[in-house]
Design a binder for this molecule. Structure first.
Ligand SMILES: *Cc1c(COP(=O)(O)O)cnc(C)c1O
Length: 422
């Protein structure tokens, strides 16, 4: 199935008059529709809440849309906590290797602390004292290899997150002794799963574990947090996840396992980032050079500093040449940025229509873990972020970084005056 960009050539030409390329742009209507679909898929669960993983798209104007859907925020750093507090909404703090100040801030903001490790219990006591919040959560790591039937695999045994089962049960007992009234259980075992099977399988395992913890440790569960990991169809030939079917799969496990155990009041939480936002953000860039050596190269005005996933993971991001949607894809190109790093390629050996200088390219599915992973190598600057509103207007939701921003941390040195201009 061909991927259709949510902006047209005419729209981008108009936008670029005010906001030059490259820029990230987000689709408000798409985000709203996604929130609604997620809400409906889990409407069978009374306490359901999606805690949007702020790290995916840490922009308060995007977070507002998610808040207005009645959702909250999953944070794991001070900056993310501050953003979530500024926007408003419930907070889940699923951090790891957590600095003391961040636990203190989360406790102050009333967020739910999701402990990554059993040793964080005495660490936390050293920060907030022996009386813990009424609701707290623990992160579980089953070890080994996590396999799904479509061949997707991940490796919890190699991952730094979570506690062993033994530690988990011990942690629950200790939390009870610290005055915790109800607990949560959290696990993130596979990333970017493009299958409807992941959440239901994970839910089944966590539900069984929660029943066992209730029976052996005597803890009451407020929620089970399925965390993130629901993927998107980056490639046009991949079938998209169906959140309705995923929600139904989780419901079946809930009715099979939790309801008979007298745990039918447990809330289901999710912490999706990618599934909520990836398809609703795009990096828009312009072709500025063509180069014919041993391969055909198109140089664009964006680079890996604006979208790192292809360079970092060899990730596929679909590309549309605007205005040439129906032209035959009969040219093979590497699409490159300007970094002095040969991995700065948005696409390698990609079949695309003939690209002319000045053509606008839409790099799809950049709405999550896209702009957010940016960096400043080679002195390349962060782009602007724009929001395409439902009414068709465009709002600047973060300006592009300037050279003064880039040089600003020299301000206290002798070079400050030389580098920073007014
Ligand atoms: C990154 C992360 C998420 C979001 O993951 P996605 O793959 O974007 O859904 C959720 N929870 C935690 C703890 C994370 O680290």
């Amino acid at each position: 199935m061909e991927k259709k960009p949510f902006v047209t050539k005419e729209m981008v030409e108009k936008i670029a008059q005010t906001y030059p390329t490259p820029f990230h742009i987000y689709d408000e209507a798409g985000i709203k529709a996604r929130c609604k679909a997620v809400k409906e898929a889990f409407s069978w669960n009374k306490g359901f809440c999606e805690y949007f993983a702020v790290k995916a798209t840490p922009n308060p104007f995007i977070m507002e849309i998610i808040r207005d859907a009645g959702f909250g925020f999953d944070c794991s750093s001070e900056a993310e906590l501050i953003l979530a507090d500024a926007v408003g909404g419930p907070i889940m703090f699923s951090s790891n290797d957590t600095p003391a100040e961040e636990y203190a801030l989360c406790a102050k903001l009333g967020g739910i602390i999701n402990l990554d490790d059993i040793t964080h219990i005495p660490f936390l006591e050293g920060i907030i004292g022996p009386e813990f919040p009424e609701i707290m959560s623990c992160r579980y790591n089953p070890g080994g290899v996590y396999k799904l039937s479509n061949g997707i695999m991940d490796n919890p045994g190699d991952s730094k997150y979570g506690m062993t089962k033994e530690q988990l049960f011990d942690a629950y007992a200790q939390l009870k002794a610290h005055g915790v009234k109800k607990v949560g259980l959290h696990a993130f075992l596979a990333s970017n799963t493009v299958t409807n099977e992941y959440y239901p399988k994970l839910a089944g395992e966590l539900f069984e574990l929660a029943v066992e913890a209730k029976n052996t440790v005597g803890v009451d569960f407020a929620f089970i947090n399925l965390s993130g990991g629901v993927g998107v169809d980056y490639r046009p030939d991949q079938p998209a996840n169906d959140i309705k079917e995923i929600g139904e799969g989780v419901r079946k496990k809930f009715e099979e396992i939790l309801v008979p155990a007298g745990m039918g009041d447990v809330a289901i939480y999710t912490e999706m980032g990618r599934f909520m936002l990836a398809p609703f953000g795009a990096l828009v860039t312009k072709a500025i050079h063509e180069k014919h050596i041993y391969k055909e190269y198109i140089g664009v005005d964006a680079c890996a500093a604006n979208l790192m996933r292809p360079a970092m993971y060899g990730a596929y991001h679909h590309i549309t040449v605007l205005g040439k949607e129906n032209a035959p894809a009969d040219h093979k190109y590497d699409i490159t940025g300007s970094l002095c790093e040969n991995n700065d390629k948005f696409a390698i050996d990609r079949m695309l229509p003939k690209i002319d200088m000045g053509d606008y390219l839409v790099i799809h599915d950049a709405g999550a873990h896209g702009f957010a992973m940016g960096y400043n190598y080679n002195g390349r600057l962060w782009s602007a972020e724009l929001l395409l509103k439902e009414d068709g207007s465009v709002k600047l939701i973060r300006r592009a970084e300037s050279l003064n921003d880039y040089f600003s941390t020299f301000d206290t040195t002798e070079y400050g005056a030389k580098l920073i201009r007014n």
